[in-house]
Design a protein around this ligand. Structure first.
Ligand code: GRF
Length: 194
């Protein structure tokens, strides 16, 4: 149902639930002269998500999705994606799990950023788990989304050192910095192959 990406810029929808620092970073990248994508839509399941403010500042369409029933929520999302001619979905801190049906409809067109070196530490509390397991490294991963949580094909990863006496807050800050470098790089990589 999604159109494939041609020579023009890819129309991207970013899905968020909170701070939106990755969204902000992607917006900044999209505004660069040679960018291969534009952010045309921001979907949030939280009306108070801070990331919505950046979207507003840059006059990007925003849609808050009410998740009282996920079937209806996804129906509404689909409508918005179609209306805005979206060719790729970037999940960036979206705290809802998309249904298998939804993912099938967009096979190969949904990507996510996750704060660990997948396949290690899927799900939540990744920094804490990596520290507790005495890992020397953690990091971040951009991957395609499939029906299994945090299990789709990896596009790019970046390692980040874990120091002695690191806290999950400190580690998360260092990893987030790397996320901001990795997500645009991963987009560049996949958009040149589309
Ligand atoms: C990031 O750490 C991302 O890897 C994870 O959720 C966090 C979102 O941060 N999926 P932000 O809202 O982009 O600042």
């Amino acid at each position: 149902m999604l159109k494939s990406i041609g020579y023009n810029k890819a129309n991207i929808a970013v899905f968020i639930s909170g701070t939106g620092s990755n969204l902000k970073n992607l917006i900044n990248h999209s505004l660069k002269k040679r960018s291969k994508f534009s952010i045309n839509l921001v979907i949030s399941n939280k009306s108070k998500a801070k990331g919505l403010e950046y979207a507003k500042k840059f006059k990007i369409k925003r849609k808050i999705i009410n998740y009282l029933s996920s079937k209806n929520a996804e129906k509404n999302i689909l409508k918005e994606l179609k209306k805005n001619d979206i060719s790729l979905i970037c999940l960036a801190g979206y705290m809802k799990i998309l249904s298998g049906d939804f993912i099938k409809k967009f096979k190969g067109k949904i990507i996510n950023i996750h704060p660990s070196l997948l396949p290690k530490y899927k799900g939540l509390n990744t920094h804490q788990k990596a520290i507790e397991n005495n890992e020397k490294f953690s990091g971040c991963t951009v991957h395609y989304v499939n029906e299994k949580l945090d299990s789709g094909k990896i596009i790019l990863q970046k390692k980040v050192r874990i120091f002695k006496n690191d806290s999950s807050e400190k580690l998360s800050k260092r990893i987030l910095k790397q996320e901001h470098l990795l997500y645009p790089k991963a987009l560049k990589k996949i958009l040149s192959n589309f």
